[in-house]
Design a protein around this ligand. Structure first.
Ligand SMILES: [Zn+2]
Length: 364
């Protein structure tokens, strides 16, 4: 099943894509990434471009139903990165900004779509803002998922080629506390320290964690007070919350919306929420995982592992709407890091896996 031409094509497309800088918010670079894809796939489906405040979004589709391939054109790398971190090939590896996350995934999708018969329906959606939370593409992603039988997210795979069958939901909260200021020496009893209240909340939040279910709350930033001789009137904290199940998400949301006050004179507000709900395996997604394992075994002779990870992706948005498989993209190292690169030996097996899943999801 290995296909040298497809592999050469992917190499060339990936090089072209990596050499276009497309940080989130840079509409021009993001548009150029889409130009490359549209040129290669223009005869394989109807191409529509949808402008959004975050930059252009592009959908290529054919027929009804079938699988939805989800990819994002934006990277975390600012303009100019390519000068210090150029495209580079070494042995079985290729390196460059965005190569793993996720231009390699776009190249895999392009090759898979070129290989399938014209009778296979599919939708390929490329968004401009995944790395900044997908605010402007969320609706389009959810719409496309509802129309699809299966969602294939081409984020990078895990070591050994493992795919992602579960992802944490991520909450972003700010805790604002207003206390009562007073002189720390003359009338401390008249004050209600926002910092003391904050310290109670830090302990209290630790009690909300559930290590077994994978619920964590990390107080990453705190700030408060004005001077050492003033009982602090204000304090705040920035909190990252991770959950792996929807019921845990709902528990945290409900609890933080009605927080305790350890000193009744303080005002306490938790502001924020979950940007993406958790991606949980479902009966249907597990069935598709079995199909994928079978295809992978045939392509590589290896077992396909399915893992749950802490980071979120657009797969979090689709998992409730259609069976979703994530981490089907390239395998490598250093997403968001200076040594970002792709292990080329996985590219052909990945192309075969995505291609075969497209075909199976396209059967009515
Ligand atoms: Zn990504």
């Amino acid at each position: 099943m290995a296909n040298l031409r497809a592999s050469d094509d992917m190499r060339q497309w990936l090089e072209t894509l990596v050499k276009i800088e497309s940080p989130s918010g840079h509409a021009e670079g993001i548009g150029q990434v889409m130009d490359v894809v549209a040129e290669v796939l223009g005869d394989k489906g109807a191409v529509s471009r949808i402008p959004t405040p975050a930059g252009p979004m592009m959908e290529i589709s054919r027929g009804q139903g079938g699988a939805l391939i989800l990819a994002h054109a934006d990277t975390v790398w600012p303009l100019g990165t390519l000068a210090e971190m150029p495209w580079r090939e070494q042995g079985d590896w290729v390196y460059g900004p965005g190569s793993l996350d996720m231009k390699g995934g776009i190249a895999i999708a392009m090759a898979a779509i070129r290989e399938i018969a014209d009778s296979v329906p599919y939708t390929f959606l490329i968004t401009p803002d995944e790395e900044v939370g997908s605010d402007d593409s969320r609706e389009a992603i959810e719409d496309a998922a509802r129309r699809s039988r299966l969602v294939l997210v081409l984020e990078s795979g895990m070591p050994g080629g493992a795919v992602k069958v579960g992802r944490a939901g991520v909450g972003d909260y700010r805790l604002h506390i207003r206390g009562v200021e007073s002189h720390a020496g003359l009338e401390p009893e008249k004050g209600a320290s926002a910092i003391k209240e904050l310290s109670h909340h830090i302990q209290w939040m630790e009690g909300l964690e559930n290590k077994v279910l994978g619920t964590t709350l990390n107080v990453g930033v705190v700030e408060g007070g004005t001077r050492s001789n003033v009982v602090a009137g204000k304090a705040w904290a920035h909190i990252d919350v991770r959950v792996t199940t929807r019921s845990e998400m709902e528990r945290i949301e409900a609890t933080l919306s009605a927080p305790p006050r350890f000193d009744a004179r303080c005002e306490v507000v938790y502001e924020g929420g979950f940007n993406r709900p958790p991606m949980e395996p479902t009966v249907d997604s597990q069935q598709w995982f079995h199909e994928a394992s079978h295809i992978w075994r045939q392509a590589t002779g290896q077992e396909l592992a399915g893992v749950r990870v802490g980071g979120a992706s657009d797969g979090n948005l689709t998992a409730l709407l259609a069976p979703t498989m994530d981490g089907l993209g390239p395998v490598g190292q250093g997403a968001h890091a200076r040594n970002e690169g792709v292990d080329w030996r996985y590219m052909e097996p990945r192309r075969q896996l995505v291609q075969e899943l497209l075909i199976r999801a396209g059967r009515s």
